[in-house]
Write a protein that binds this ligand. Sequence first.
Ligand code: NAD
Length: 292
Amino acid sequence: MSIIMKGADVAKSIKEELVKEVEALKEKGITPCLSIIRVGERSDDLSYERGARKRMEMTGIQCRVTALPKDVSQEEFEQTFSRINEDSDVHGILLLRPLPKSLDEGPVRAMIHPNKDVDGMSPVNMAKVFSGDETGFAPCTAQAVMEILQYYGVMPRGKRITILGRSMVVGRPLAMSLLKADGTVTLCHTRTEELAQECNKAQILVAAAGKARMVTEDMVGENAVVIDVGINVDEDGGLCGDVDFEAVKNKAAYISPVPGGVGSVTSSVLAKHVVKSAKGFCKMLAQNSSIW
Ligand code: NAD
């Protein structure tokens, strides 16, 4: 029987540290502030927004939401984004994605101030993650996987690690963070041959494909650590991950559940990133420098 990697426990330990840091910042006259930008009313976005607001509130971080209509023009979207980007009271910006198909994300990715880019979407932060420079921001979900491994004392160093999924928000940045931590990483995707074997040989398996319960027991090695990033709606309308939890939990050494796993840690990482950004801002003020 596996050890269940509970996101709430990881989130609690991150929160305890952050509350102290937020208090210290407030004593210096700085209230960390996250600005969420949402276009439309997608249920995924609304649910992530609710979780993020609650997490910021619990940590003492101010949270503002700017909601734009689904049919907002590219021009108005960029103008709104630019106004928030230039607001010196805002330390972090979270753009809920994917955007409606009518909007191009490229201009705002190029525009966002790298120090406010708390979900790591700018080319600057991507380059930092890919070059192993930890001064930037990795996408929160990828970083949440790293936090879970660390909390449970699972060291990536030297381990065979397979990641299922090569997206720019999860699979690829996570592969880079695990490489930085000296893991031996294999990235799998829809064209991978002998997928079950690639997964089965892993000592640490991360599923981020977005396919309900596609990781079956035979795909998991004895005593593997299994982290499930997937969030899917199953045939009964409930939430489930990419891993067949009930079958795999008897074989893995550690397993993260869905819900209650990675998703619960993502908003804590977001809060951590806002605080990191606010601390950078504070340092900049202390040095009287205009370069933040
Ligand atoms: P995506 O659709 O952008 O990428 C999915 C990746 O999985 C692709 O690289 C694709 O090649 C691969 N893939 C898909 N089906 C496959 C298959 N049958 N075999 C092998 N590879 C396959 O998705 P994403 O944005 O990276 O998200 C992945 C999952 O993680 C989704 O379920 C999403 O809802 C979830 N997610 C969770 C969080 C969180 O906080 N827990 C955050 C972001 C995304």
